[in-house]
Design a protein around this ligand. Structure first.
Ligand code: PLP
Length: 372
């Protein structure tokens, strides 16, 4: 059975736990999914949410598909039109779950033209491919879950933008705007260097592709945003129908995007959890520990490190606070009515407060009080 769980892992975007947590309610009701209310004629399911996304990232147009993998598949099927797609050898990424850029390209029918080397690729390598290999597109893929360090050189989206061919950017994580205008404070330092949709487009990408359920904090989906010409080509390709999202996803995504447009990051659970001040977490941890003073297993409060997860921001840690129990209690916690998913470290069980909703603190305390 799919069942709600308490994520005490400290991994904010835990792919096994559905990545971003979402509240969504929908009555059993018809809605104008493909009806243009103004004209009374058939409309596009992409239009309403697509326009909201486009304005959130500063694009001419946007469409939604099932996930970022299908966004890349669709773009590579619809756009090269027989010509090659140049991609740096340093960006032939495997994201996880078998999603490998070269394999996706092969499935799309696009002809991959690898340029540069694993550690160093220059703009001249792309230029060369355009001159000599009938390349019609450049693809930039964000190294979401790994880093190449040492003697390295990579071509930025800005540099790719100077080429004569359209630039596609798979930015993966779906940070909408590097300035994070939906947060009350400045962008968190742990976001440094993460590509954002708005800035990638401003830098010269003609089309960006990203996930809806990573740093965007929405439902599972993939988004393509960019020039109207390229978006229209993707939207009218036969594969677009095969990877189109359902109405449930679109209306949930609309809620998320409206929160961004209203600059209300607190309405997006991912951002709320990611930016909770550490003092709040400590207070909550102390309160739970106090409630558990007579628990059969001693409950301590410790400093921890949470992580963004979801294959984003490798090596990035977000300071957090946790509850510590001696021994491996993870199995017993999983057998609670609302399973609690904890991590086990050095012979102790740790429940990280950053990924636990405050409304679940009492449930956590109750579970710890009955652990035997
Ligand atoms: C995560 C990721 C994907 C796959 O996204 P899904 O939405 O999980 O399909 C593709 N490309 C990059 C760069 C990613 O980080």
């Amino acid at each position: 059975m799919l069942t709600p769980v308490i994520n005490a892992t400290g991994v904010l975007l835990h792919t096994n736990l559905g990545r971003a947590p979402l509240a969504h309610h929908q009555d059993a009701s018809f809605f104008n999914l493909e009806l243009n209310l103004a004209s009374g004629k058939r409309g596009s399911r992409q239009h309403a949410v697509g326009s909201l996304i486009a304005s959130a990232v500063g694009a001419e147009a946007a469409i939604v598909v099932n996930n970022c993998a299908s966004a890349v598949l669709l773009a590579l099927a619809a756009l090269p039109q027989g010509r090659g797609v140049a991609v740096s050898r340093g960006e032939l990424v495997e994201i996880g779950g078998g999603f490998r850029v070269p394999d996706v390209m092969a499935q799309s029918g696009a002809r991959l033209v690898e340029v540069g080397t694993t550690n160093r690729t220059r703009l001249a390598d792309f230029d060369n491919a355009i001159q000599n290999d009938d390349v019609g597109l450049a693809l930039h893929v964000h190294q979401s879950n790994y880093r190449i360090i040492g003697f390295t050189e990579a071509v930025s989206i800005k540099e790719l933008g100077t080429l004569d061919v359209p630039v596609l950017a798979d930015i993966g994580s779906g940070l909408l705007d590097a300035g994070c205008p939906w947060l009350s404070g400045p962008p968190p330092t742990w976001l440094a260097g993460e590509p954002a949709a708005r800035q990638s487009l401003a830098d010269g990408a003609d089309l960006v592709m990203f996930s809806g359920d990573k740093l965007m904090g929405g439902p599972q989906c993939g988004i393509l945003a960019g020039s109207r010409e390229l978006i229209d080509k993707c939207a009218s390709h036969p594969l677009a129908r095969a990877v189109r999202p359902g109405g449930l996803v679109l209306s949930s995504l609309q809620t998320t995007i409206l929160s961004y447009l209203n600059r209300d990051g607190t309405a997006i659970p991912f951002w709320r959890q990611a930016t909770t001040p550490i003092d709040d977490l400590r207070q909550r941890a102390d309160a739970v520990a106090t409630q558990c003073a007579g628990a059969p297993v001693a409950v301590g409060v410790i400093d921890t490190m949470a992580v963004p997860g979801g294959g984003t921001l490798p090596g990035v840690e977000i300071p957090s606070v946790g509850l510590r129990l001696e021994g491996d209690m993870s199995r017993r916690l999983r057998f609670e009515d609302r399973p609690i998913i904890a991590r086990v470290e050095g012979g102790a069980t740790v429940l990280d407060l950053r990924t636990i909703d405050p409304s679940d603190d009492d449930a956590v305390a109750a579970a710890l009080n009955t652990l035997t």
